[in-house]
Ligand binder design. Sequence first.
Ligand code: AMP
Length: 405
Amino acid sequence: MKTLQEINFKNLRALIRVDFNVPLNEKHEISDTTRIDAALPSIKKILKDGGSVVLMSHLGRPKLEFQSVKLGAEDKYSLRHLLPYLKKVLNQEVFFADDCVSEEAFSTSKSLQKGEVLLLENLRFYPEETQGDEDFAQLLAQHGHIYVNDAFGTAHRAHASTTIVAHSFAESDKCFGFLMAAEIENANKVLRSTDKPVTAILGGAKVSDKIKIIENLLDVADNIIIGGGMAYTFFKAQGGQIGNSLVEEDKTQLALEILEKAKSKNVKILLPADSLVADAFSNDANTKIALNTDIENGWMGLDIGPLAQKEFASCIMASKIILWNGPMGVFEMSKFQQGTKAIADAVAAATSNGAFSLVGGGDSVAAVNLFGYNEKVSYVSTGGGAMLEYFEGKTLPGIAAIEEI
Ligand code: AMP
């Protein structure tokens, strides 16, 4: 994998696709700087080499048209709001181009001196960005001698700045940034591991969202732990009484096929033996413990129960490689957090015993952060949807464009 570590950027201008899609409050202040912070090592390496940097990113999903009427660029989506923080963390001036492909933007980027930084306005103010437009991508390419992709979070999109732009650069003039390389390397530690046992923990609401991941992991994992709302479809499929728990009736056949496939591939599927059931989808509901084969009508499983926690934890503790995606219950409500917390505990303990653990994809990352476990696992992925697609076994266009595969 070619990373920016192999390139000396002295007197070169790097065009970096970063993921600066940070949340802003009503005062346009950044409420979580994680994504900017994650891009700093790549920026700093280039500046230290004596190169200059042109940063490009999207921010939010600006509406460009409403009922065929063209709308202007809305200020709340402007990357200008990021300038004070960027200047502070880089400890230097950062120039800004208020249109990413204007004459002025090009003249500013071309006159950058070594050590200087230019931030371009939101790429998605142009519909051509998400359309993956060739001409727009060629214009963007004029901003740099070298293209660096450090935006793993958008690597699953064939947008102009994430994929198409790479075609304008020779193989020697494009590479992955540090963040992107770390995401790929850590995901591959799971997908291409020779250490065993490999355990995947999958949770969340729906089986339908996780089918492709489960199928791909059947060729990778020794154990697949299934928790959260999606587990009840498996119990229903096997004739269990699941009361009012979440179920996807049209996926019961698929659930049975997955169990069969797992058996034939010698992969152990662990389903939760019991649940904390509630008489309403509410933190004030009455609760009790029930076996998942026998949940009464009027009750729904909203977290895994103590038997499941114990069994899952002992499987996790015996694992060398752990992938975790999706919570074990409705962890947003304090009454139903215990199962997810118990799994976080087990993953943290296994990690401190030498296992490699990766937490990736949306809500499990939120859960790990909520419980303060982000320092206790080996790697927390920043790329929600992109990481999920990578684990589904897909070739991500943003990666392929750099590797030219
Ligand atoms: P996902 O985005 O597929 O990872 O799903 C995450 C969501 O699943 C979270 O909002 C959880 O509240 C929800 N969830 C987890 N377990 C359950 C459950 N037993 N019943 C209903 N929703 C659940």
